[in-house]
Ligand binder design. Sequence first.
Ligand SMILES: Nc1ncnc2c1ncn2[C@@H]1O[C@H](COP(=O)(O)OP(=O)(O)OP(=O)(O)O)[C@@H](O)[C@H]1O
Ligand SMILES: O=P(O)(O)OC[C@H]1O[C@H](OP(=O)(O)OP(=O)(O)O)[C@H](O)[C@@H]1O
Ligand SMILES: O=C(O)c1cccnc1
Length: 492
Amino acid sequence: MPQLYQDDSLTLHTDLYQINMMQTYWKLGRHTRRAVFEVFFREMPFANGYAVFAGLERMVDYLQHLKFSETDIDYLRELDYPEDFLDYLRNFTFSCTVRSVKEGELVFANEPLVQIEGPLAECQLVETAVLNIINFQTLIATKSARIKSVIGSDPLLEFGTRRAQELDAAIWGTRAAYIGGADATSNVRAAKIFGIPASGTHAHALIQSYGNDYEGFKAYAETHHDCVFLVDTYDTLRVGVPAAIKVAQEFGDKINFQGVRIDSGDMAYISKKVRQQLDDAGFTEAKIYASNDLDESTILSLKMQKAKIDVWGVGTKLITAYDQPALGAVYKLVSIEDEKGEMKDTIKLSSNAEKVSTPGKKQVWRITRGSDGKSEGDYITFSDERPDLVDEIYMFHPLYTYINKNIRDFKAKALLTEIFVDGVLKYQLPSLVDIKEFARENLSELWDEYKRDLNPQPYPVDLSQELWNHKMRLISQVRTTVAETRLDKNEI
Ligand SMILES: Nc1ncnc2c1ncn2[C@@H]1O[C@H](COP(=O)(O)OP(=O)(O)OP(=O)(O)O)[C@@H](O)[C@H]1O
Ligand SMILES: O=P(O)(O)OC[C@H]1O[C@H](OP(=O)(O)OP(=O)(O)O)[C@H](O)[C@@H]1O
Ligand SMILES: O=C(O)c1cccnc1
């Protein structure tokens, strides 16, 4: 077991290089320079048309408790950091201003999701944990929304804890899955601490321990109400379902028979046969639950095959985001105070045009049509631009500028909200149910073309003219400077 400390904190939940950079900044008097960092991802997860933002609540908790404990300092001393730097860390408090998209908001590639502004050393320390939280939770919330989108109004049960990447991922993954679309979870602790509905049937072990379906179901019925029987332990159609029906008939109202779960075989074929058996026995209201390595494509295929499945239990492929294990969000410096106390915007160049970062402290605006509230695209501006106060905006693709449109009669909603101001929490965290409802409403406002599972239309994420001009200017400035400072320039 790990060494447990009474004053353990998440402050050292960072990469060593962040502390190394803090030391450099501090020693050379750069640590208090004002900096602005922004979190964004470059590619849509699962090639989906949207992502569902999640992780803010945990990020707030992490930032609120940021403080090096005595044992943190002792440990850093063991790593040979000098005493004067350790004194600085001992007195460290988080004083940044943080803006973030709200949980349950739909987000897209290349737009700032979180913005951290404050003393350079503080901004640097939190990169690792902020990305750790946002990358995971946004990924799972998005996967859940994809799965829910093919399921429709049928219940989606989150069953993944046993296959999750350890305990923490199961708990916070369950919360993210709930935001994205899951209706309930099998994880009792997640249900308890987040107030998510708990849901569960029983496993094959129960039947195996009694040796046959009938005895197993009977034992379960004697001790439970609202029973769902798992019918595929030995032979679903010949043994499992007949035994479930027999027990349901024998116990009648005493158990309020809810239905059966199938967990193997051809679920289209089997579910239709099971439906027939239940209906023939008069259990027309009984539900058929299905589980077994389900994801959005198997569920879509089962729906197309007209499988008679009413409730979907999804584990492994949801909680592990099976087809894409990481979101890939990054944390980039976009502006830094210079020697004269002026903010200078920074850019990261790349030979790949899509990877060139957008400089400056920004705001993201969701542009929707005034007539029906449907999305037009996102519009990234400098933080002090106000597209919500003008009558018309010009939106154009930042790489293919000939794709453009003028928009009138629109609403512009700022997505980055103030969470902390100078280290003080200003944001009232919404309830989880409200976050889930917010995500649902946001999805209902998005065009179907962006929501389809396969090859969705790319959602427009455009830059304001001012920001685009600034980016172009900085690109050419940086190119000139790089050319001048190249050590090998005499050789060319
Ligand atoms: N009709 C169907 N159409 C599409 N996919 C299906 C269908 N029926 C089952 N599947 C999916 O096919 C995959 C494999 O199913 P299979 O019947 O081989 O289960 P299995 O895992 O081998 O069974 P067991 O759990 O008994 O080992 C699962 O992901 C399941 O969800
Ligand atoms: O397939 P997933 O989407 O990951 O959903 C969770 C799975 O966990 C259980 O199986 P497991 O074999 O672990 O236990 P069991 O004995 O109850 O079937 C359950 O029966 C599901 O198949
Ligand atoms: O309740 C269930 O049926 C369940 C729970 C966890 C994993 N698989 C199934």
